[in-house]
Structures are given as C-alpha cells and as structure tokens.
Design a protein around this ligand. Structure first.
Ligand SMILES: [Zn+2]
Length: 415
C-alpha cells in the first residue's frame, strides 16, 4: 500500500514537472562553430535530460568494460576455490577409505586448483604414502618442511618414512629438527622413545619414557649397556626401585654392587627381590662365589655344599613356601647330602601344584635307583616344560631376558 502511494506520488510529480516544463515560454539558441541551434525552452530541457541519461549509460558501460578482466579473474578464482575444496574433501574421503589411487588423483586435482598450500601438499604426501609411492611422498613432505608455517608436518612425515625404511640415523636427524620446529610435542616424544628402543639407546629411551613406560626394563638394559661403573650403578638402582620384582633389574643392581665390593648390600637386594618374586637367576647370583661371576651358573659346585644349603635357607627366608624356594632348598639339600630334607621340599613343591620337568628330574635324582626314580623319570617325559621368559603381549618364549620382545617389539614384555 505504501509502495502504491509512493509510486502515485512520483507519477504525479513527473506529470506536474512535464506540465510545468510544457508551460514554460521562451526560446533557447546557441551557435557551436558553423552549427546554430534554435529551439523552445521545454524541448531544450528535455534534450538536456536525454543527454544526461545517455552520458550516464555510457559511463556505466565503460565502468563495466574496465572491470571485466578483474571480475573474470575473481569469478575463476571462486570457481577454482570451490572445485579445489571439493577435491580436498574427496581426497580426505579416499584417504579415510584407504583408496590410494583415488586419493592421489583428488590430491593432484586439489593441488592444480588451489596451488601448493600446506593442505594440498599434506594431502599429496599422505595419498602417495598410502599408494606406496615413497619418492612422491618424500618430495611433498620436503615441500611442507620448507614452509615456515607447516615445517613440523613435513618433518613429521619425513621422520615416519625414515622409520618405515629403518633409516635410523636419518630418523634421528629429522626428529631433532622436528623438535626444534615444535618443541615439547607428546607425539614426537613417544616417537623418539620408540626410535631409541629400536637403536638400542636404552638411556635415551629411559630419558624419554612417560609414566606408563616399563622403566625397570629400560633402566636395567641401560645399566647393562653402560661402560661407566658409576652410571651403571645409578641406572641399576633406578631399575630395581622401579620394579624390585623384576629379576633382571635386581640382578643388574646386585651385580654392580658386587663389582663395587658391596657384597652384603648385593645379597640384601637379591633377598628382597626373592621375597617379592623368586627366580632361579636370583638364586644363581646369591649362591655364586663373589668374584667368579662367569661361573654364576655353577654355584652348586662352588663352595662347601652345606654352606650353600645355609645360604639358600638365608635367601628364601622371606618367601619360604614359594615353589621356587622349595625347589632351591631341595636341590641344595640334596647336594649337601640331606636327602630327607630334599625329598620333603620337593614333595611340598609337588603338593603345591608344580608339575614341571625340573621337579620330576630332581625327584628322580633324590630317589636314586629304583621304582620311585623310574616313575619320576616317566613323569618328567610328560610334565610341563621348565619356566622361561615369556612375552606378556604375544606370549612368545625366550631363553634369555631381553628389554624388548624380539617377536612383537613390546618393551618390558618379557617376564
Ligand atoms: Zn612379544
């Protein structure tokens, strides 16, 4: 309604103006060179108005023509941008779906449309990685690493490629550069710890370990690898404190204490660990003669048998009912000629549920010749195998302890 009123008012104004112009009197004449024009005032005013309109249209047209190239470029850029964004989305979908060729195709299209941005370079690199085209991925990651705003992304990608091809020196160099580009990142810290484990740099792995890492295993390995007695002792103490129930940690510490002439302290460490988690290796160390570490396994033959038995009793005081304690005491008693005690301890271990080959062989030895001995040997044939180091993750067994499971790579997995 309001628009109708305004339109009617405008129309009335125009009509009034036209009538007013039509009612004007007089003439207008002017001469331009040889051309002389003479007309009435209303026609001159109308002609002037038409001239203004024509000039206005011409100026607007000129403006449009002048802006045309710039507008064309802007339109093309907007179109490329929209198509590029679409290609980025498609490349991300292909990456998530694990479709390497499609991801590469869409990443290349996005790069063509949007240029070498951090996003398109990263997409190109990840797509190439998925399609197992390492040189292509490497080149894209290098391009990213050269950009100040995305250097970490490029270095991270190069680091992962170096780790995958097991080029550990290159990975270490890239990790240092990535740390400088983005210090304190948790991902890089974890990866550097993984790299240290892969290269056997146990001290480095321990320094980078987080609160959930098996510090005892790492510190024990670092202590065993250390050439400096003082450093090795400190690392071994860290290992033992972290997990006194881990025999290799206790052995690492006790070995260094013994080497430093602190035999009583070494024995105390072994006794404490035995009370927590008895292990045959602890007994081998405790009953070995100091200074003859190379013959640690032959402890039963070294020294006087009765003293060995007493040493075994002393060691097992903190956990005398454990089957390992009973087996150790049975073996030591047998060697010392205490056959009755040896039989009592071995039978107690059997009553506790132990059914391993070593127990039946010991029982056979205790019984000497006779039916009981032959029965025990028969049992030994079908008994459970003797204990060994077993990975808590993949359950693979190993004859000797190692800080990392050689099968599945779990750090501290062998128990
Ligand atoms: Zn394993």
């Amino acid at each position: 309604m309001r628009r109708v009123i305004v339109t009617l008012l405008c129309a009335a104004l125009i009509v009034a103006l036209a009538l007013a112009i039509g009612l004007l009197h007089g003439h207008l004449s002017f001469q331009l060179g040889s051309i002389s024009v003479e007309t009435s005032t209303p026609i001159a005013l109308v002609a002037l108005a038409v001239l203004f309109v024509v000039l206005y249209v011409v100026v607007r047209l000129l403006g449009v023509l002048l802006r045309l190239p710039r507008d064309w470029r802007a339109w093309r850029q907007r179109r490329h941008r929209a198509q590029g964004d679409e290609a980025v989305t498609k490349a991300l979908v292909a990456l998530a779906a694990g479709d390497g060729p499609a991801a590469r195709q869409q990443a290349a299209r996005a790069r063509r449309l949007l240029g070498d941005t951090a996003q398109t370079l990263l997409l190109t690199a990840e797509a190439a990685r998925l399609a197992e085209r390492e040189p292509e991925a490497e080149a894209a990651f290098r391009g990213l690493a050269a950009r100040r705003d995305a250097a970490f992304l490029g270095l991270r990608g190069q680091f992962r490629l170096a780790m995958a091809r097991q080029d550990f020196p290159a990975a270490a160099k890239l990790a240092a550069e990535a740390e400088a580009a983005h210090p304190g990142g948790s991902w890089l810290r974890a990866e550097r710890a993984r790299l240290a484990v892969r290269t056997g740099d146990w001290s480095g792995a321990l320094a980078l370990a987080d609160s959930n890492a098996p510090k005892a295993a790492l510190a024990a390995a670092a202590a065993n690898a250390s050439q400096d007695p003082g450093t090795a002792l400190k690392l071994a103490l860290v290992a033992w404190k972290a997990d006194p129930g881990l025999a290799p940690a206790a052995l690492a510490y006790a070995t260094r204490l013994r080497a430093a002439g602190k035999e009583r302290q070494a024995q105390a460490v072994i006794r404490q660990s035995w009370a927590l988690a008895p292990h045959p290796d602890l007994a081998a160390f405790a009953l070995a003669q100091p200074g003859s570490l190379a013959q640690a396994g032959a402890h039963a033959q070294s020294g006087e048998p009765l003293k060995q038995y007493q040493a075994a009793q002393h060691l097992t005081e903190g956990n005398p009912d454990h089957v390992e304690s009973r087996l150790l005491l049975a073996r030591a008693a047998l060697t010392a000629g205490l056959t009755g005690e040896a039989r009592r301890q071995a039978e107690a271990a059997r009553a506790a549920g132990l059914d391993q080959r070593r127990l039946w062989l010991l029982l056979a030895e205790i019984e000497g010749d006779g039916d009981a001995s032959r029965d025990a040997l028969q049992h030994a044939l079908v008994a459970e195998p003797d204990p060994t180091w077993r990975c808590t993750s993949c359950h693979a067994t190993q004859a000797t302890w190692q800080p990392v499971c050689p099968v599945c790579g779990t750090v501290g997995g062998l128990r």
